[in-house]
Design a protein around this ligand. Structure first.
Ligand SMILES: Nc1ncnc2c1ncn2[C@@H]1O[C@H](COP(=O)(O)OP(=O)(O)OP(=O)(O)O)[C@@H](O)[C@H]1O
Ligand SMILES: [Mg+2]
Length: 362
């Protein structure tokens, strides 16, 4: 056994997301990638299941068991349940109890001091010896291999479950950012509403999410697809199925997708010209589960085209970044980011972390 490693404790990096939690263990890789869900017995307050097992219980639990997502829009909504969940995951990778693990935790860029303290406390309560925080866009950028330490602008658009974060990074800090409470869940809700009005069928949000993943798209597909959804008939109350097409889903989700695009546009407008020029030539990088939505990159390309027209119409020298020059889906790189975090805590504590926290929010 590697005694030295044992004495130093395990080094973990955790992406505590609204939808999914990832735990990376130095030397081993991604050890946990599970939904951020905890099932609790209401009578005894005992944890019945965590992660995937708990997610399967959502909407299907007996009256006494409640499946909870302890985070909302990237921040802790239920402290105790979050600490329980972290404890479970940390133990599962062998980092609990006497192992004195050191943890790097990803947090949304806009969180308040109180929220910061809450996640730190939850991680310490879960058995970590020390915890360092890193902003999610910074983590994603490092993971995507962007030159975050250099005087060069990089743009990250992280579309998660509960939030979308758009950030421009340079010199190890976040220069401009915007975070909105619109993410994948908003798309699911839009699908629920659509099926309700068009087919008078009530479907659950998990069903809507599956439909989004199997036939959702942000851009017309070469071959449109369809999928079946099951729910309860609004009129008869009986179970029924219906088929929805990718066109329908696209129309239903157009509004939240549009909100995300608008946010990217606004962020670019407030980006200093030099950095915007860098982004123009390097493109923007998409991260998070929402980046997997079919055709999302084309939406950003369209935005570029619109912007050009807009700039022309105004006859101004408004800088128009060439947005879609190089869009990259970096879902897997997002995980890679977690690996880099661990490298950052190499020697000791937080010293080597990029000081994203110190960057002034705009
Ligand atoms: N193939 C896909 N197409 C569209 N959306 C997808 C796909 N796969 C996953 N998603 C969506 O991605 C979201 C989860 O992304 P992610 O795991 O990055 O969120 P998170 O980091 O937990 O959330 P947050 O960053 O808001 O705290 C969910 O809304 C999920 O439905
Ligand atoms: Mg996330």
């Amino acid at each position: 056994m590697d005694l030295w490693r044992f004495r130093r404790g395990r080094e973990l990096a955790i992406d505590l997301g609204t939808a999914n939690t990832l735990v990376f263990v130095r030397g081993e890789g991604i050890a946990v990638f599970e939904p951020s869900v905890v099932a609790i017995d209401e009578r005894t307050q005992e944890v019945q299941a965590v992660g995937e097992a708990a997610r399967r219980m959502i909407g299907r639990t007996p009256a006494t068991i409640r499946a909870i997502r302890p985070l909302r829009h990237g921040v802790i909504a239920d402290f105790d349940v979050t600490a329980e969940m972290l404890r479970y995951f940390i133990r599962r990778v062998g980092g609990g109890g006497l192992s004195f693990s050191r943890v790097v935790l990803c947090v949304p860029s806009g969180i308040t001091d109180v929220e910061r303290e809450a996640v730190e406390d939850a991680t310490l309560a879960a058995g970590a010896r020390s915890v360092a925080l890193i902003e999610e866009p910074m983590a994603a950028a490092i993971g995507a291999g962007l030159p975050v330490g250099e005087p060069q602008g990089s743009m990250i658009v992280d579309i998660g479950g509960g939030t979308t974060e758009v950030a421009v990074l340079s010199l190890g800090g976040i220069v401009v950012w915007e975070s909105i409470r619109v993410g994948g869940y908003e798309l699911d809700e839009a699908i629920v509403r659509h099926v309700d009005t068009s087919a008078r069928l009530l479907i659950g949000s998990e069903t809507a999410e599956s439909a989004k993943i199997s036939c959702g798209s942000a851009w017309p597909l070469a071959e449109e697809i369809e999928t079946d959804v099951a729910g309860r008939d609004r009129v008869t109350g009986l179970l029924r199925r219906t088929t929805i097409t990718s066109e329908e889903v696209r129309a239903a989700t157009a509004q939240p997708v549009g909100t995300i695009v608008e946010t990217v546009k606004r962020t670019l407008e407030s980006t200093p010209p030099e950095l915007a020029a860098d982004i123009s030539s390097r493109g923007i990088v998409l991260a998070g589960g929402g980046a997997l939505l079919r055709g999302i990159r084309h939406v950003f390309a369209e935005l570029r085209a619109q912007d050009r027209k807009l700039a022309k119409a105004r006859r101004s020298n408004v800088f128009v970044p060439h947005l879609a020059n190089r869009l990259t889906d970096v879902r897997s790189s997002g995980r890679e980011a977690v690996r880099v975090h661990v490298d950052l805590i190499e020697a000791d504590s937080t010293a080597a972390l990029p000081s994203a926290a110190a960057a002034p929010p705009i």
